[in-house]
Write a protein that binds this ligand. Structure first.
Ligand SMILES: *Cc1c(COP(=O)(O)O)cnc(C)c1O
Length: 237
């Protein structure tokens, strides 16, 4: 089932690339495996998936220990500063950096471990109160400040679009994030290498691809609906 879902999602990414004249190699599918057991992740792995997204530090670390070592782990959830130390040397990319304080902590812990961490700046493009992320207005100045820190490199931007029935409603937000991305490239900021736009989830990844996404983050479309226990209700936002 999981292999078929992945094939289906990839086919639709192919179609969205063709439609918008993009090269298929520019778009990577991240399998968002939060709440799902390692057995299901292994099915995705066997179907060729090497990029996995998790939103909880402890869960990411547990799965990291159990899964093959050639996986690229993406931290896509809100990150608390006191947990940064557990993942800096395990993640391929942190998508959810939205403050200077968090970036400073990542920089400090990366320095201790002797690694350079790749990060994205999360932008709350739709300005939803329930979501994390910097505002569009503050995004560029935040990039400028964070770019001065050692042991990390800004690679691009990420957004979580609103939950909508019609994915076309989110096109405006993807377009806006792309515009900020282009504005940052034009500024030529030292130590900033803008190459990643992480946007699009199960409901709207095709629209995101036509607006320039380089990573799409698909959970439900690959692994099916998630079951949340009461202590995980915060994940539902
Ligand atoms: C859960 C999650 C996803 C995947 O959502 P689906 O709608 O299941 O595809 C993508 N991005 C982030 C940040 C998430 O937390």
């Amino acid at each position: 089932m999981i292999a078929e879902n992945i094939a289906y999602v990839k086919k639709r990414i192919d179609a969205a690339c063709t439609k918008s004249g993009r090269n298929r190699d520019e778009v990577t599918l991240i399998a968002v495996s939060k709440t799902k057991p390692v057995s299901m992740l292994m099915e995705a792995y066997d179907a060729g998936c090497r990029d996995f997204g998790e939103n909880k530090v402890q869960e990411l670390v547990e799965k990291y220990e159990q899964m093959p070592k050639d996986i690229r782990w993406h931290m896509i959830g809100h990150l608390q500063r006191n947990k940064v130390k557990y993942i800096v040397d395990k993640v391929y990319l942190i998508h959810s950096v939205d403050s200077l304080r968090l970036a400073e902590e990542i920089s400090k812990e990366a320095g201790k471990k002797g690694v350079t961490v790749s990060i994205l700046i999360e932008v709350n493009v739709a300005e939803e109160e329930s979501k994390f992320g910097t505002t569009c207005k503050d995004a560029i100045s935040l990039v400028e400040e964070i770019s001065k820190l050692p042991h990390l490199q800004i690679k691009g931007l990420m957004t979580i679009a609103p939950y909508v029935e019609n994915p076309e409603e989110n096109r405006q937000y993807f377009e806006k994030l792309h515009q900020i991305y282009v504005d940052i490239i034009r500024k030529n900021i030292d130590n900033v290498c803008m190459e990643v736009l992480s946007m699009g989830m199960t409901g709207d990844y095709e629209v995101a691809v036509t607006q320039g996404a380089t990573y799409v983050r698909v959970g439900t479309g690959i692994f099916g609906e998630r079951q949340y226990s009461v202590d995980r209700m915060e994940d539902l936002s």
